[in-house]
Design a binder for this molecule. Structure first.
Ligand code: SF4
Length: 620
C-alpha cells in the first residue's frame, strides 16, 4: 500500500486500552483517506441517535493519503465526529505539521471511543502508543499544555490538545495543534473534552511509502514552480487570508453589525495592509507550503501591548471586527490570541458575540442577564472580556458558550430571525446576499454554515484552473442563476477530495486538476482519471449527507437565517438584495440526485457511487 501505512490506532478510553487495526486497501482507495475514510468509520460505528458528548460518539483523527509527502501544501489532517453544535456530521481540518508528525509514527488515524473516567493524554511514537494520566494538564490552556508535554516528553514531540473551552464543553471548542492552528469547526474540541482526553503528543520517523518517488519529485517541483506564478500565492503571502476582506467589501458583502449591513466603513483599519503595517512580525506556513498565509504577530500599542501569537486570519477579523462593529485591530488580535489559547473556533465565537450585541441592543438580553456587562456593538474590550467568560462558562459566558442557535431558542422574542447560523453552525464572514451562490452553499454544506465546502466567492475565485468544470463562470454574483448551480456542486465534490488526501484547499485555487490527480496517483499508485477522482469526492460528500440524514436531517434543514432570506441589504453595492435560495435549491437537488421531500440522496444516486449498503439502510 502506498500513501498510507494501512493501520490505525483504536483507543478505548473507557477501558484504557490501545490497539492497532489494519485499514483495508480497498477502503482507502474508495474513500481517499483523511475525512473520507474517517466518515466511513463514523457511519459504521456511531449508532443513530448517539449523544454527541456521550461515550457512544467517536472522535476520529485521520491523516490524508498525501499528508507528509513531497508535494505542495500536504500537511493537513481531519477530525470527524458527530457534532455537538449541529447534531449531524461534524468535520474539522487543520494544517501546521502535527498531521505529518502523527503520520510519521506509522499510523494513518486514531479512533477514540468511550470516555475516560479521569483526564488522559495519548503519546504516540514509532509504531507504539500509550495512554497517560493528564490530571496535571487539566485546567491548562493550549500553550501551557503544549509546554508541559514538551518538558515531559521532549521538545521534538508535537502536540494537539484542547484548552479550557474543550474541557468546559463550549459547543464550539476547537482542537488546537502547533499552538496556533485550529481544527476549529463543529465543536470537536468539546467532544474531546467529553471523553476526558486532553492531548495527543506525537513524534515519528517512519516515512510514508510512495509509489513513484522519483517522478513525484519531478512533478512536485513543477507544481511549486506553477504556484510561484499564481496570483493567489503572491497576495496571500503579502497579506494572509485577510487579503479577501477588500474583495468581499467591493461587493458590499462584509457582514457588519451582526449582518445588518454589508458595508463596514472602517475596513481599512483592520484589513491585510493594516495587519502588515501594524502587527505583522513574520509569515507562518504549514508543512511544505510556499503560500505562507499564516501571520505571526505582536501587539505593540494599547492595553494589550506585549502580547504576541498567531493571527488574526480573515475570519477572526470578519467576525470580531465587522460583525461586532469593531475597528480596533489590537483588540481583535487579542481576542483571536485568546481563542487560540483557550481552544475556541473564532468564527462561531465572533458571530455569537455579535448576536449577543444585537440582542442587547434590542433589549432581549438585559443587564440582569449579562451581570451588568454592556454588550454593545463597537466596544473593543467587550469582545476580549467575553472570550474569557465563554471559555470558562462564567456569567453570561455560559449562555454564549452554547452558540447562536441554542441562545436564540432560549431567549425567544424572534431572536432566531437574526441568529446567523445554518443547522447550528455559525456563518463565516461573507454575506451571501452579495453572492447568491454562496447562499446556496451555506444552506446545503454538509457541516452547516460553512464557506470552504465550496468557496464560491464570485468570478475572482471560481475562475481557477483547478476546476474541471466546463462552464465555470458565475456571470453576476448578485443574480441567482440556476444554470450556474453546477459550479457549486462540482466545487463541493472537488474540494471534498482535499480534506481526504490531506492537502490545503487553497491549492485548488492555484493548480490544474489533471496535474493534481497525477500527483495523487504518483503517491498512492492509484490510477484515477480526473473524472473518477472527482466522483470519489462526490461519494464522500453523499456519505456525509447520508450520515446526517440518518440523524434526522431533512430537506427543511437546507435553509438560511430569515435575515438573509427576507431582509434586503440596506446599503452598498448589494443594496436591496436578499438570498433567492429557492431558485437555486431545486436545481441543486436535481444535480445532486437528492430526494426533494426527504433531502436524502436517492437510492439510485447512492448505488451509482457504489454505496449500496448506505442506500439499503437509509431507504429501508
Ligand atoms: S495556504 Fe495557508 S493554510 Fe494552506 S497550507 Fe499554506 S500556509 Fe497552511
Amino acid at each position: 500500500m502506498y500513501g498510507c501505512h494501512g493501520k490505525l490506532l483504536r483507543v478505548d478510553l473507557s477501558n484504557s486500552k490501545v490497539n492497532e487495526e489494519e485499514i483495508p486497501e480497498s477502503m482507502h482507495r474508495k474513500y481517499l483517506g483523511g475525512a473520507g475514510l474517517a466518515t466511513r468509520y463514523l457511519w459504521d460505528e456511531v449508532p443513530k441517535g448517539a449523544a454527541p458528548l456521550g461515550p457512544e460518539n467517536k472522535l476520529i483523527f485521520m491523516a490524508g493519503s498525501l499528508t507528509g509527502v513531497v508535494a505542495p501544501s500536504t500537511g493537513r489532517f481531519s477530525i470527524v465526529a458527530k457534532s455537538p453544535q449541529t447534531g449531524i456530521w461534524g468535520q474539522a481540518n487543520s494544517g501546521g505539521r502535527w498531521g505529518v508528525d502523527f503520520k510519521r509514527c506509522g499510523y494513518d488515524g486514531i479512533i477514540f471511543e468511550g470516555a475516560s473516567s479521569k483526564p488522559v493524554y495519548l503519546v504516540v511514537e514509532d509504531n507504539k502508543a500509550e495512554l497517560k494520566d493528564a490530571s496535571h494538564l487539566w485546567g491548562k490552556n493550549v500553550p501551557e499544555t503544549t509546554g508541559l508535554l514538551k518538558d515531559e516528553l521532549g521538545e521534538k514531540f508535537n502536540v494537539a490538545c484542547i484548552g479550557q473551552a474543550g474541557e468546559n464543553l463550549v459547543k464550539y471548542a476547537a482542537v488546537m495543534n502547533d499552538l496556533g492552528r485550529a481544527a476549529g469547526r463543529c465543536g470537536l474540541g468539546a467532544v474531546m473534552g467529553s471523553k476526558n482526553l486532553k492531548a495527543i503528543a506525537v513524534r515519528g520517523s517512519i516515512k510514508t511509502p510512495v509509489s513513484n518517488p522519483e517522478e513525484l519529485k519531478v512533478h512536485s517541483k513543477k507544481q511549486y514552480e506553477l504556484m510561484d506564478e499564481a496570483m493567489l500565492k503572491m497576495a496571500m503571502q503579502a497579506f494572509g487570508t485577510t487579503v479577501v476582506l477588500d474583495l468581499v467589501s467591493v461587493r458590499g458583502g462584509f457582514p457588519t453589525r451582526n449582518w445588518q449591513s454589508g458595508v463596514f466603513e472602517y475596513s481599512d483599519d483592520i484589513n491585510g495592509p493594516a495587519i502588515s503595517d501594524n502587527i505583522l512580525t513574520k509569515n507562518i506556513t504549514c508543512f511544505a507550503c510556499p503560500i505562507e498565509c499564516g501571520r505571526g504577530t505582536e501587539i505593540s500599542k494599547g492595553k494589550y501591548a506585549g502580547h504576541k501569537g498567531e493571527g488574526p486570519e480573515y475570519e477572526t477579523v470578519g467576525t470580531f471586527g465587522g460583525m461586532c462593529f469593531i475597528n480596533d485591530l489590537e483588540a481583535i488580535t487579542m481576542a483571536g490570541y485568546l481563542c487560540n489559547d483557550y481552544g475556541i473556533d473564532t468564527i462561531s465565537a465572533g458571530n455569537t458575540i455579535a448576536f449577543a450585541m444585537e440582542c442587547y441592543e434590542k433589549g432581549i438580553l438585559t443587564d440582569s442577564d449579562t451581570g451588568g456587562i454592556a454588550i454593545n456593538f463597537g466596544d473593543p474590550d467587550v469582545i476580549v472580556d467575553l472570550v474569557h467568560l465563554i471559555a470558562r462558562r462564567e456569567g453570561v459566558g455560559d449562555l454564549l458558550a452554547e452558540g447562536t442557535m441554542r441562545m436564540s431558542q432560549k431567549l425567544g422574542q424572534d431572536s432566531e430571525d437574526f441568529a446567523m447560523h445554518v443547522k447550528g453552525l455559525e456563518l463565516p464572514a461573507y454575506d451571501s446576499r452579495a453572492v447568491q451562490m454562496t447562499g446556496l452553499t451555506y444552506a446545503t454544506a454538509n457541516r452547516g454554515g460553512d464557506h470552504i465546502t465550496a468557496y464560491v466567492q464570485g468570478p475572482t475565485f471560481v475562475d481557477a484552473p483547478f476546476l474541471m468544470i466546463e462552464d465555470s463562470e458565475i456571470k453576476d454574483p448578485f443574480v441567482a442563476d440556476p444554470s450556474e448551480v453546477k459550479v457549486a456542486v462540482d466545487l463541493e465534490d472537488m474540494l471534498t477530495t482535499f480534506d481526504c488526501v490531506g492537502a490545503c484547499k487553497f491549492m485548488g485555487l492555484c493548480l490544474n486538476a489533471d496535474d493534481w490527480v497525477k500527483l495523487v496517483n504518483l503517491v498512492t499508485g492509484w490510477d484515477f482519471d480526473t473524472a473518477e477522482y472527482k466522483q470519489a469526492g462526490e461519494r464522500v460528500y453523499n456519505l456525509a449527507r447520508a450520515f446526517s440524514n440518518r440523524e434526522g436531517l431533512t430537506a427543511e434543514g437546507d435553509t438560511l437565517p430569515k435575515r438573509l432570506l427576507e431582509e434586503p441589504l440596506p446599503d452598498g453595492p448589494a443594496e436591496g438584495h436578499v438570498n433567492e435560495l429557492s431558485i437555486l435549491l431545486d436545481k441543486y437537488y436535481q444535480l445532486r440526485g437528492w430526494d426533494e421531500q426527504t433531502g436524502k440522496p436517492t437510492a439510485e444516486k447512492l448505488r451509482e457511487l457504489s454505496l449500496d449498503d448506505i442506500a439499503a439502510e437509509i431507504w429501508s
